[in-house]
Design a protein around this ligand. Structure first.
Ligand code: ADP
Ligand code: MG
Length: 525
């Protein structure tokens, strides 16, 4: 009876339960990891992504590959969102996260087949958390300026050519150091399709690709006050067009005179508040240009919202809606405003607080190269900012993962329950990172893994890892192959959480899809 009711309730649903559900979910995770594992590390291969509109993109970036892939399986989607979270929060380590999650799941499935309950495995995986935390704290070392720059370079290894990597990592490092805030939003990125990547530069201040509204306006080489208008300075349109009834010949003139007086009143209000520069999101009436110039106010119109946000941060201004209601705390401060012509185009540079606003101008000759450069720069900037917030480094080249695996195996011995097997499974999953790094470099994964493990034991150092450029086990500090502690910690934690949540699923209900309905996956795009 109850069963019958259930069947009725789930009439339009396909149901997969228990071990089969887990098996399907693991298969989805593995398929996804397989799509990106060959991109891992500096010797990782590139992928050619072709969009449904025929557009193409060559990339080595795991998260870009994943986001372009048309994925339907819910587990795969969950993995993509874990990888995206890694990208949003720490900008790097996205491929690692996906590969690690899949390995954790494969090892879990093996244990399930040997009779260990998924709950027990999840509990064993969780037990690894504190051991990992503690070990990472022990291995990591404080960074300094040059070590941070090396780490930023490591994050770009494999992305584009070496020249590009050097230029972009130096720019990212300099931008992050100049702001010193550890906030990526404090760095504005401007891409310009002219010149070559070598002409890219860091400009202290916020750059707009704009000239002042009127030639007669004077530039402001000295410090001054800036007002940001979330709107424009245009004639106030009559509320109802039809109400403007032309009854006599002078009516239109009178109306215009009133309008002009109104504009003048607004310019006077700016002057009374000692405003030196006005930046408006919308238009500024032609007629007001001369009035503003006469009042000694420099003005810019139609400035986009993201640029407004950068200007607000860099000057401390708060956008207002009506110039006739200026409060002193809304007014921002700049140290200079100047115009420069770059490749024949006017640019305006607002200097304010540099800790809150610098611009990196990335140049390139083709749209494709610029796009790849911008993505690489974003990663490098993310890593540079991470290192400002938490200036701690870990060894790369699989050293950290091997050190963690060794520690976890020793810890597993102390656990009498079945969790012991899960902890060993976790250790083996971590070792997949050095294995894949070796594999992608054309080295033998098993030999390399054994070699680094032995090198760590022999030197009693967690910093022994694999340098894929030389193919040698060596000290990652000396080889300058390092990663921010926050990136690695976040990748491992994210993969653990994702794997555990898949392990907890033992019932998958698929709603039967109506062919007429738009695909439910489109909400991901
Ligand atoms: P992710 O998306 O996870 O950041 P990457 O393709 O950027 O993936 O690869 C990062 C991995 O490459 C890290 O484990 C890092 O330690 C490793 N790596 C970087 N440079 C080297 C190198 N010269 N030798 C060995 N491993 C390296
Ligand atoms: Mg990376």
């Amino acid at each position: 009876m109850v069963q019958q009711d259930q069947d009725k309730v789930l009439a339009d649903t396909e149901r997969v339960v228990g071990r089969q559900a887990l098996r399907n979910n693991v298969a989805a995770a593995v398929a996804l990891a397989d799509a990106v594992r060959s991109t891992l590390g500096p010797k990782g291969l590139d992928k050619l992504l072709v969009g449904s509109d025929g557009s193409s993109l060559v990339t080595n970036d795991g998260v870009t590959v994943l986001e372009t892939a048309k994925v339907e399986h819910p587990t795969a989607k969950m993995l993509i969102s874990t990888s995206r979270a890694q990208d949003d929060e720490v900008r790097d380590g996205t491929t690692t996260t996906v590969v690690l999650t899949a390995e954790l799941l494969v090892n879990a499935l093996e244990l399930v087949d040997r009779g260990v309950h998924p709950t027990m495995i999840a509990s064993g995986y969780r037990m690894c958390g504190p051991v990992i935390e503690q070990t990472l704290d022990e291995i990591s070392i404080p960074t300094d300026d040059s070590a941070s720059l090396s780490s930023v370079k490591t994050s770009l290894a494999g992305k584009g050519d070496v020249g590009l990597q050097i230029i972009l990592s130096e720019l990212a490092h300099a931008a992050a150091s100049t702001t010193g805030s550890g906030e990526t939003e404090h760095v504005r990125v401007l891409t310009e399709r002219s010149g070559s990547i070598k002409d890219s530069k860091l400009v202290p201040g916020i750059v707009l690709i704009k000239a002042r509204v009127h030639r007669e306006m004077e530039m402001k080489p000295n410090a001054g006050r800036i007002l940001i208008l979330d709107g424009g300075m245009e004639k106030r349109k009559p509320e109802i067009e039809a109400s403007l009834k032309i009854t006599s010949l002078g009516a239109i003139d009178a109306f215009h005179t009133r309008d002009s007086a109104d504009l003048q009143a607004r310019v006077d209000a700016l002057k009374a508040a000692n405003i030196d520069c006005l930046v408006a999101r919308d238009g500024i009436e032609e007629e007001a240009h001369a009035m503003l110039a006469t009042a000694g106010i420099l003005a810019y119109r139609r400035v986009e919202r993201p640029e407004i946000e950068h200007l607000c941060r860099a000057t401390g201004a708060r956008p207002i809606f009506d110039v006739e209601d200026i409060q002193d705390e809304d007014v921002g401060h700049f140290t200079s405003i100047r115009e420069e012509k770059w490749q024949g185009v006017e640019h305006t540079i607002f200097e304010g607080s540099q800790t809150q606003g610098v611009t990196v101008v990335i140049r390139g000759s083709t749209a494709m190269r610029l796009e790849e450069a911008q993505r690489a720069f974003d990663d490098a900037l993310g890593v540079a900012c991470q290192l400002i917030r938490e200036p701690q480094l870990l060894p790369g080249g699989g050293a950290t993962q091997i050190a963690l695996a060794r520690r976890l195996r020793r810890h597993a011995e102390t656990i009498p329950g079945r969790e012991q097997m899960a902890i060993e499974g976790f250790a083996a999953a971590l070792e997949s990172i050095p294995r894949i790094l070796a594999e992608n470099a054309g080295l033998n994964p098993i030999d390399e893994l054994l070699r680094i493990t032995a090198a760590q034991a022999e030197n009693d150092s967690a910093w022994q890892g694999l340098d894929v450029n030389t193919g040698q086990a060596s000290d990652m500090g000396k080889a300058a192959i390092t990663e921010p502690l926050s990136v690695t910690r976040h990748a491992i934690a994210g993969a653990t959480e994702a794997a555990i949540s898949v392990l907890r699923i033992d019932d998958v209900l698929w709603a039967k899809q109506d062919a007429q309905e738009p695909d439910w996956q489109t909400d991901e795009g």
